[in-house]
Design a protein around this ligand. Structure first.
Ligand code: FAD
Length: 312
């Protein structure tokens, strides 16, 4: 809905989003838990977010396949005990094609129908030199094609608004995305970012290059700026100085940091919604509260959950 100019300019993007139902769809990313306590808090987050009826939820695959069993178990439990549509991440780094295909077959036999196909990072250092195995899939393009040879999955792939650390530039990243789409990917999820203008300019280029698949901006609501720096730096994601300034001096004040994190992410999402984006992917870090609040800003509301037996 377009507001009259006077009202539109008087309000910020969050107020203009105003919690209206505007056709926004969300998806949530989780990581497989390492301990029983982490499992409990993951499932509390899943239960809180499930009623928002996400398009899908995804579960990451630890570096070098280190969480293979835990990823599988988490996704299987989602399938068995919730109404969610889980997508399992899968990487091909450090594995042979046969090993990867076996995981893909296991996913299909367990009822999983959506894979987020990724190459994975070189062991040791993100952004370090990547050495493909001679008997392995070379990259996510080959992996996507390999997955679809096993079974007709929905395949999502990655995209980097601020350029992948190994890439020579945006045009190359867009060419890689096009190759992944040609290989059968039907959705892309972006790396997280904090500069909305840079993201919008990037998306203009992607669309002008003729890519038409749905692309979900990846949103990371984080209240721990130092932790965010540790995650962003090796991935080559620049953090704007204004963001650091907002958290300055708040190391011992987690409540204020959380309020700031929520408002930064909510403003960014509301602006993207105004710009016409309707699919949002949240890196939840296995916590629900900030994501839940931002979804409300975007107009996403609970829907009654049918009991599992009735839904089956
Ligand atoms: P690719 O898309 O394969 O690209 C990597 C490089 O390969 C490109 O820069 C390009 O140089 C080359 N390349 C690829 N295709 C072609 C082609 N057709 N022609 C020429 N060159 C090509 N990592 C994990 O370990 N586990 C996860 O669960 C995980 N989830 C992620 C989820 C999202 C949404 C994102 C954005 C990233 C995720 N990652 C994950 C990180 C990812 O594995 C790394 O960023 C990795 O370095 C690159 O993986 P990719 O699939 O983006 O690589």
């Amino acid at each position: 809905m377009t507001l009259p100019p006077a009202q539109s300019s008087a309000l910020g993007p969050v107020a203009r989003a105003g919690g209206r139902d505007n056709g926004v769809r969300v998806s949530f990313e989780f990581s497989p838990p390492k301990t029983p306590q982490a499992e409990e808090s993951l499932w509390a987050a899943i239960r809180r977010l499930e009623p928002l009826n996400p398009s899908f939820v995804s579960v990451t695959y630890g570096a070098g396949g280190s969480t293979r069993e835990r990823t599988h178990r988490t996704v299987k439990r989602m399938l068995d005990e919730t109404t969610l549509k889980p997508a399992a991440h899968l990487t091909c780094v450090g594995a042979s094609r046969e090993e990867v295909d076996e995981v893909v077959r296991d996913y299909w036999e367990s009822g999983i129908r959506h894979i987020v196909a990724l190459r994975g990072d070189p062991p040791g250092a993100i952004g370090g030199a990547y050495e493909p195995r001679a008997d392995g899939y070379l990259n996510a393009t080959e992996l996507t094609a390999g997955i679809l040879k096993v079974a007709p999955f929905e395949v999502s792939v990655s995209l980097y608004p601020q350029v992948h650390p190994e890439s020579p530039g945006i045009d190359h990243d867009i060419d890689v995305l096009k190759a992944k789409v040609d290989a059968g990917a039907t959705r892309a999820i972006t790396q997280f970012f904090f500069d909305t203008d840079v993201f919008l300019r990037f998306m203009d280029k992607v669309r002008k290059a003729g890519v038409t698949i749905p692309i979900s901006p990846g949103i990371m609501p984080v209240s721990n700026f130092k932790g965010l720096q540790r995650m962003a730096e090796p991935c080559g994601i620049p953090l704007p100085s204004w963001l650091g300034g907002l958290f300055d001096g708040l190391d011992d004040d987690p409540d204020t940091r959380r309020l700031i994190a929520g408002s930064v992410a909510a403003e960014m999402c509301a602006r993207l919604a105004e710009e016409g984006f309707s699919d949002f992917h949240f890196y939840t870090l296995n916590r629900a509260d900030l994501v839940y609040a931002i979804c409300r800003v975007l107009g996403v509301r609970e829907a009654p959950i049918a009991p599992k037996e009735a839904a089956a």
